[in-house]
Design a protein around this ligand. Structure first.
Ligand code: CP
Ligand code: NVA
Length: 339
């Protein structure tokens, strides 16, 4: 399997075999890291990490992963570079491609990530855009494999804002890898029709399936995985909070929902998550909207504190797996030599 030189803008560009290869490689790198075995396979190379939006996991996974592999890493944050302000994405791509051996991009428009990949001449990895978050899905698939022993045939319920970057990307990953994906969300938050159709075609080939439902009980009944994400994503304006709370209030993942899932079901979340008043935004939402939407009065939004702190919750395994899967992506796609 040779993925050298490939970018990862969306998992739609990858086959089931290629994804499985990345997951196997990640598992091997995880084992080496745990055993303290050095794996500086990319010594002498450097990566640029471009962030138009904030991050904890993705930034740290790319940085720590680059260092583990023997590389240098440069972080460019939401301010402090010329990108998009004084310099176009196309020019930025050609400049950074001359200096670095790989580029991570987290930003707003997915089309910017595509442009970088087209012009950089080195692999570009999508670290989250408005449409996709593929490196997160690789970590999620590895986590499912570790806990359930398989990914094929797993019944997977994504509850909440199903048309955001996570809803889209998990549906794609499940479709390619043969999981049974259910989006459990109000109709206005279902993924766009053309992407659903594309994923249904992919699922036919992999033995998986794609279902959309508004029914919280039916949608989560007997599933192996209950997954949710924040109700308002990075970059969305403050004004969307009230309508989003109104739409998703009934879709909060609580113990009742987990009890309705399969007996050995696990809970997953890409994080960060609102499950209390110990964040600025959690406290503000609780104060502003708690009287109108009683479920959020303690700062619990997409998931209750009880569920995220329960035995069923695997959210910190997912977070750890970000670094192992991102290392696999960098190692597999970076060219060993440059022209
Ligand atoms: N899950 C995830 O991408 O987290 P960060 O926003 O912290 O990178
Ligand atoms: N949908 C979320 C994912 C965060 C990892 C966002 O875009 O903010």
């Amino acid at each position: 399997m040779n993925l050298e030189g490939r970018s990862l803008v969306t998992l739609l560009d990858f086959t089931k075999q290629e994804i499985e290869h990345l997951l196997d490689l990640a598992a091997r790198l995880k084992k080496m890291k745990r055993e303290g075995k050095p794996h500086r396979y990319l010594e002498g190379k450097n990566v640029a990490l471009l962030f138009q939006k904030d991050s904890t996991r993705t930034r740290c996974a790319f940085e720590a992963g680059a260092y583990d592999l023997g590389m240098g890493a440069t972080y460019l944050g939401p301010s402090g570079s010329q990108m998009g302000k004084k310099e176009s994405i196309k020019d930025t791509a050609r400049v950074l491609g001359r200096m670095y051996d790989g580029i991570q991009f987290r930003g707003f428009a997915n089309s910017d990530c595509e442009l970088l990949a087209e012009y950089a001449g080195v692999p570009v990895w999508n670290g989250l855009t408005d449409r996709f978050h593929p490196t997160q899905v690789l970590a999620d698939l590895l986590t499912i494999k570790e806990h359930l022993g398989r990914i094929e045939d797993v019944k997977f319920a994504y509850v909440g804002d199903a048309r955001n970057n996570m809803g889209n990307s998990l549906m794609i990953g499940c479709a390619i890898c043969g999981l049974h994906f259910r989006a459990v969300a109000p109709k206005e938050l279902w993924p766009e029709e053309s992407l659903v159709e594309k994923c249904k075609e992919l699922a036919e080939g992999s033995g998986g399936s794609i279902t959309m439902t508004e029914d919280r009980e039916e949608g989560t009944h007997g599933v192996d995985v209950v997954y949710t994400d924040v109700w308002v994503s990075l970059g969305e304006p403050k004004e969307v909070w009230r309508p989003r709370l109104a739409a998703l209030n009934d879709y909060q993942v609580d113990t009742e929902m987990m009890d309705n899932a399969g007996e050995n079901a696990i809970f997953m979340h890409c994080l960060p998550s609102f499950h209390g008043v110990d964040t600025e935004i959690g406290a503000e939402i609780a104060k502003t909207f708690g009287h109108e939407f009683p479920r959020v009065k303690n700062g619990e939004m997409e998931v209750t504190d009880e569920v995220i702190e329960s035995e069923k919750s695997k959210v910190f395994d997912e977070a750890e797996n970000r670094v192992h899967t991102i290392k696999a992506v960098m190692l597999a796609t970076m060219s060993k030599t440059r022209d």
